[in-house]
Design a protein around this ligand. Sequence first.
Ligand code: SF4
Length: 115
Amino acid sequence: MKELICITCPKGCHLKVDEETFAVTGNGCPRGAVYGANELRNPVRVVTSTVIVEGPARRLPVKTDRAIPKGKMFEVMEEIAKIRVQAPVAVGQILIPHVAGTEGNVVATKALAAQ
Ligand code: SF4
């Protein structure tokens, strides 16, 4: 039995997940059952970071537009660290499509006006 804390909402239910059947107990709602089973089968996370903006020292906040496999997180961070963006950038603009070979894209979470 694997014990986890559900991070889907602030309540933070203490989950117990059967490692063979993926049955979940301790969840306060159905989302916890999905989270608990997925954490054992294929844990995923949204990655947030910043990228360098060309020109005067500025950084632009970015995130993946979907949760990506946890095992790909370092590869995603490496790709994010390599890029430079030029203003203007719109909110939601895709900066790295299919990052690290995943289905997720790295997108801007803030608009950046032209200088
Ligand atoms: S199981 Fe439901 S109520 Fe409990 S922390 Fe997860 S999402 Fe929130």
